[in-house]
Design a protein around this ligand. Structure first.
Ligand code: MG
Ligand code: MG
Length: 277
């Protein structure tokens, strides 16, 4: 569960490749595209860098990304769905290098819609609060003793930052969790994005973990669609998902899937990331 310094160095490359694949998707996404076209953009980016899409290693799954639109929160399957102005699109992606190390990261994007500024603003706020709750949780890794403190911090952030449009706190998905990452995309330990009575796994050098809050504007109860994958809100409200892979090492923490190691996102929380040497 805890990696050696040499193993942590192996985690840098898949983090970078995963980030660049998501940047390629961000650069390409437009209303009128299908979600399958986004998948092709991500796969081309990963393969051009000599790595492979690790989502294709998940039994029963054959795509490079999960792409979840509007009331879909996570695990949406790329296909013929055409993106429309004003959609909120969550893209989850990962890569595995030849050395066998993995990256995993997710972003949410709201497509512009000049005709529906209120809808766009509502979804932008959903995405912003979800993203900032992720950074609050990642910042906690710099000083936490156990992963339970990370989950508690995310829930506290959500409680203290209600959605400006509804004046209510976002709903936190309970059944989908963060996880360790390394030789496999999903490893021990589990990370809950809310407070639990348990202290959680020890936070200490060698821990690599994915922090990936999934939040909804309305009720946090979700359903799995008829495709047996896609997680949708039961009340049809919008969802957002943000994720980074983070390493805890002797010098501090480093966000493997962020270009700056997390410097920008962590700054409001008084944490400075330290590169893995
Ligand atoms: Mg992911
Ligand atoms: Mg993940």
């Amino acid at each position: 569960m805890y990696k050696t310094p040499a193993q942590l160095r192996g985690m840098i490359e898949p983090g970078r490749i995963t980030r660049e694949a998501l940047e390629a998707v961000r650069g390409a996404i437009r209303p009128g595209m299908t979600t399958l076209e986004l998948d092709q953009v991500a796969e081309a980016s990963i393969r051009a860098q000599g790595a492979r899409p690790n989502f294709q290693l998940v039994p029963g799954y054959s795509h490079t990304i999960c792409v979840s639109v509007n009331e879909e929160v996570v695990h949406g399957i790329p296909g013929a769905r055409i993106l429309e102005p004003g959609d909120i699109v969550s893209i989850d992606c990962g890569a595995e290098t030849d050395e066998g190390w993995n990256g995993d990261s997710a972003i949410s994007i709201v497509l512009p819609d000049p005709d529906r500024p209120e809808l766009v603003a509502e979804r932008e706020e959903l995405s912003r609060i979800t993203r900032e709750s992720m950074w609050a949780g990642i910042a906690e890794l710099a000083s936490a003793r156990g992963l339970g403190e990370v989950g508690a911090r995310i829930e506290q952030f959500i409680d203290e930052n209600p959605h400006p449009g509804t004046d209510r706190s976002l709903g936190i998905l309970r059944d989908y969790v963060g996880h360790g990452i390394g030789r496999k995309m999903h490893e021990s330990p589990t990370l809950f994005h809310y407070a639990t009575p348990q202290p959680g796994a020890r936070v200490k050098p060698g821990l690599c973990v994915c922090v990936e809050p999934m939040m909804v504007i309305g009720d946090e109860h979700v359903l799995v669609a008829d495709d047996d994958w896609t997680v949708v809100t039961s009340d049809g409200s919008s969802g957002a998902h943000w994720e980074h892979s983070v390493a805890v090492h002797d010098g501090g923490i480093w966000v493997l899937t962020a270009a700056d190691g997390g410097a920008d996102g962590l700054a409001p929380f008084g944490v400075t990331p330290v590169p893995i040497d």
